[in-house]
Design a protein around this ligand. Sequence first.
Ligand code: CA
Ligand code: CA
Length: 97
Amino acid sequence: MTDESQMQACLAKFDTNRDGQLSRTEFDGLVGELLVGADGKPFPLSKDEVDQIFAVFDANNDGAIDAKEFQVAWNKWVEPMNHVCCFFVTQSFSYFF
Ligand SMILES: [Ca+2]
Ligand SMILES: [Ca+2]
């Protein structure tokens, strides 16, 4: 899997209404699954902290993260956590294929 297809898979997984971008609500799902500690439990982030992370992703401040913004943020700081993402993408894909 290339980095790009991994990114697309992550975006597609959390884009529950399939409009090609992540709303703040959909982002909650991503944070809850992506940002997990070594023990597999989600980091205890407050709503304000998630709001801040969302704001970092949502570069143009329109309240949604489109594929381009997602890619930028991905390259910046999701990729370093690749192992985590790789793990859950593989896990969820194994349900479908
Ligand atoms: Ca969406
Ligand atoms: Ca945006």
